[in-house]
Design a protein around this ligand. Sequence first.
Ligand code: ZN
Length: 493
Amino acid sequence: MRETYDEMMAHCRETVALSQISGILSWDQETMMPKGAAHQRSEWMGALESTLHARETDPRIGDWLAALCGADLGQEAAANIRHIDHAHARAIRVPADLAVEIARVTSVSQGVWARARAEGDFAAFAPTLQRVLELHRQKAVALSDGSDPYDALLDAFEPGATAAGLTTLFAGLRAGLTDLLARIRDTGQGAPALDFQFDVDLQKGLADELAGAFGYDWSRGRLDAAVHPFSSGSGDDVRITTRFDPRDPFNCIYSTIHETGHATYEQNIRHAYSGTPLGRGVSMGVHESQSRIYENQLGRSRAFCGWLFQRMQAVFGDFGVHDPETFYRLVNAVKPGCIRTEADEVQYNLHILMRFDLERALIAGDLDVADLEGTWNERFLADFGTPVDGPANGVLQDVHWSVGLFGYFPTYTLGNIHAAGLFEAMNRAVPDLDAQLTRGDTAAARGWLGDNVHRFGGLFEPRDLIERATGQATSEGPLLAYLNAKFGALYGV
Ligand code: ZN
């Protein structure tokens, strides 16, 4: 048994190494690669992808798994076997010609989407989206055992989650959020304005300081600029990116804190798990909970904003905001807007719940691509109380559907729900958390997350990991309580 397991893990470690190399190449493509290298790079990526696909569908994996069935090799081996079985079962269920066609279509569909978005023309993108959708419906059917095909897509990002479960979880959340938003809108309060040029080199220095303040291990990481910030890698090489806008320093500040949340999760996983399926974050939802708790519950708290205000005055001088209370209101302003990635904590999840409902209807065949733009605009008006400002800021704003990422959106809100549950438990364990954050000290908060979430990597199922840490079943309650308390106080509602 042990020999079979070791043989399977040797194969698996090599696959993990190759996939990490693929990750570094993607990072390089977004940060360093010369423009002229794009074609050559796509050939490298194609070669790596087909090698990875061959390794993941290797028939020996099925034989090893069959031989290991019922084996008792301990908790960690059982978890590795579970991950390998899950990935292998998914890989072999998708027919090779369908996988090739999806790769072919999605390699060009993003470009079609980008052009349609630039021109604000949904009709120019609709036929391509129709094709991407059809292929992913076929993939979902191939992957599902006669259950809801959407679940099979969701399963790639959030193992164990189901559309039915999320629908129940999200229904209560949507009601609470639209109610809170309406109460805030009714106050008619505007947001403080910011009118200053924030030097980009100084922003970079502050970003380095913030990543450090949130525990980023610089000996095993680096920070660079990218158009769309992301974090990549695991184990001893976890890189983050941010972006710089001279008019809006919060873009850089909160992107950096967010990506540091993702990165420290990866950096703090037990070193012994490195190079195995246990050596990375367990799901997209859990990953997002770690970035969001850093960014929002800690980074946008009144206590931390007080410290950040002082640091910004020290770095940039007088930038036109003169007291910590105005600064806190500026950071947490609830403003009308159509763009998901720019949304505040109150409105962000409404953007996601809308996408979740629309993509479920698309996959189920209850919504035609031809009607998507109209349905999007109606739903936006109903939830946000303002009309959509053109298709580029509406149905065309996100890249996800153009590359077939159906089932990904709900993990963002799941992450926010988990972050709020974890924050409640963290406050019980660290009663003087606010006093520490006032000094810019996140060590106890990070330590609690490290002990209760990070170190376990992929050892537990995502939902089990969170419920062990929070001590309660996952619900929308903690997130709504947190938002109502915070924004109720800010807006007097
Ligand atoms: Zn994230």
